[in-house]
Design a protein. Structure first.
Length: 161
């Protein structure tokens, strides 16, 4: 590793520890020539992921787009930023563990809706209304009825246990 101060390659690791919830390693290094210390991060290299949009255009996966959609659906809801970050991390783990080079945006959208349904039902409905492009009130009501029916089924299953 080259020293960022003097440019020499004689550096050594003086401390290593997990960082970012054990998704990377933080290393403190010291240059043998100039004696200055600096920090590096080592992270697993992931396969570049391409998202296939509804119109068949392809674009690189962008975490910030996923984050923006989820944040807007959770706007003014009692959902902490930490919970949203955990949800996005879980989604990314699922997506990248598929080991696909290309993934349709509809598959990502369905995964997001499944996770949002567990997190906050209002956020789920908000996301679904944009994602599924509800054309009128009837399609919106159909989605709400499905959600209410799912809740009823869950409650009945819990009571029978």
């Amino acid at each position: 590793m080259k020293c960022p101060y003097c440019g020499k390659e004689n550096t050594r690791v003086i401390d290593s520890r997990p960082a970012e919830e054990s998704n990377s390693i933080r290393r403190r290094r010291q240059c043998d020539i100039c004696g200055k210390r600096f920090t590096t991060y080592e992270k697993v290299e992931t396969i570049p992921l391409v998202v296939i949009k509804k119109d068949n255009n392809r674009e690189s996966y962008d975490r910030s787009k996923l984050e923006a959609g989820i944040l807007s659906s959770c706007h003014k809801r009692p959902v902490s930023v930490d919970k949203i970050t955990v949800l996005i991390d879980e989604l990314e783990n699922i997506i990248f563990n598929m080991e696909e080079k290309e993934i349709p945006s509809c598959k990502i959208g369905e995964l997001v809706m499944d996770k949002l349904k567990e997190l906050d039902q209002v956020a789920y409905v908000r996301f679904a209304s944009v994602y599924r492009e509800f054309k009128d009130v009837n399609t919106f009501m159909d989605e709400l009825k499905k959600m209410l029916d799912d809740n009823e089924s869950s409650k009945k299953a819990e009571k029978s246990l």
